[in-house]
Design a protein around this ligand. Structure first.
Ligand code: CP
Length: 307
């Protein structure tokens, strides 16, 4: 039962629960009007201490399309965090007003602290460079929709694998499906964190390879997941400037790729996918964005326990 639970990282969901959410999202896509009043009378609070376009607005669109209401803040500057209020006190306050919370915070672990102090479900909408489980739900729904399965494929994940929280959550989630091979493409300095390599890839004996050049392996991929170099996580601007354009996917690089490879990106993008690629039938990133709204509708329904 998902009712009343919080979602802080992908492993908080069993495979069965994950599949239930993805199946409900499929049903909502098929027949959205059937769900137009599913959350009537319920309130979602979006507490965003860090900027967002897709996650916050897709959560809000999701609740509005379910007939519920939304409230919240889109920046710490407009909340009492500026006066020194703790996350624990904020969540105890918001729990008096709302039925469910989506929280984004620059500090890793802040949504977990909130969940521990909350008597309503808390959804981690991204915590620092750590996890972003609802982006992963969007990613899984996109792959399932376009490839028809969540097993037996090779995925290349390219860019900032160190600070990219979407990468960490996606690797964790996909590690539970059969016969997934990961090709991790990044500069030396931006490789996946040790805990992802040790606790997920090595411990679970998952087939993975770490490489620096996208051109050398693109022909092997069924899914290419591009990511932005996370400027906001760098301590040193010179390092960011040196690394930011490490990978730029353009039409010429795609010549060697499979005809049915899908190109994903959690967005926002900066330079890592040229706009010319948007017209390539393999480009799936805006579809991925739309999947995000439907899968968040399904997640909200499940955590609130509404039919
Ligand atoms: N993918 C994602 O988290 O985008 P936003 O930062 O715009 O929410």
């Amino acid at each position: 039962m998902l009712k009343g639970k919080s979602l802080i990282e992908p492993m908080d969901l069993s495979l069965e629960e994950l599949n239930e959410i993805l199946c409900l999202a499929d049903e909502i896509i098929e027949n959205p009007t059937a769900y137009a009043d599913a959350c009537k009378g319920k309130i979602l609070a979006t507490l965003f201490y860090e900027p967002s376009t897709r996650t916050r607005l897709s959560f809000e669109a999701a609740m509005l399309r379910l007939g519920g209401n939304v409230m919240g803040f889109s920046s710490a500057d407009t909340s009492s965090a500026t006066k020194g209020e703790s996350v624990a006190d904020t969540i105890r306050t918001i729990a008096c007003y709302a039925d469910i919370v989506a929280m984004r915070h620059p500090k890793e672990g802040a949504p977990l602290v909130a969940a521990m102090k909350s008597n309503i479900p808390v959804i981690n909408a991204g915590d620092g460079g750590h996890q972003h489980p609802t982006q992963t739900l969007s990613d899984l729904l996109t792959i399932k929709t376009l490839k028809g399965k969540l097993n037996d494929f090779t995925i290349g994940i390219c860019g900032d694998l160190k600070f990219g929280r979407t990468v960490h959550s996606l690797i964790k989630a996909l590690s539970r499906y059969e016969n997934i091979k990961f090709i991790l493409i990044s500069p030396e300095e931006l490789r996946v964190p040790e805990y992802i390599r040790e606790e997920i890839l090595i411990k679970k004996a998952i087939d993975y390879l770490e490489v620096e050049r996208l051109e050398d392996i693109i022909q092997e991929l069924d899914v290419l997941y591009m990511t932005r170099v996370q400027k906001e996580r760098f301590f040193n601007e010179a390092d960011y400037i040196r690394l930011k354009d490490s990978y730029i996917l353009d039409s010429s690089k795609l010549e060697k790729a499979k005809e049915d490879m899908i190109i994903m990106h959690p967005l926002p993008r900066v330079n890592e996918i040229s706009v010319e690629v948007d017209n390539d039938p393999r480009a799936a990133y805006f579809r991925q964005t739309k999947c995000g709204m439907y899968v968040r509708m399904a997640l909200i329904m499940k955590l609130l326990g509404v039919e």
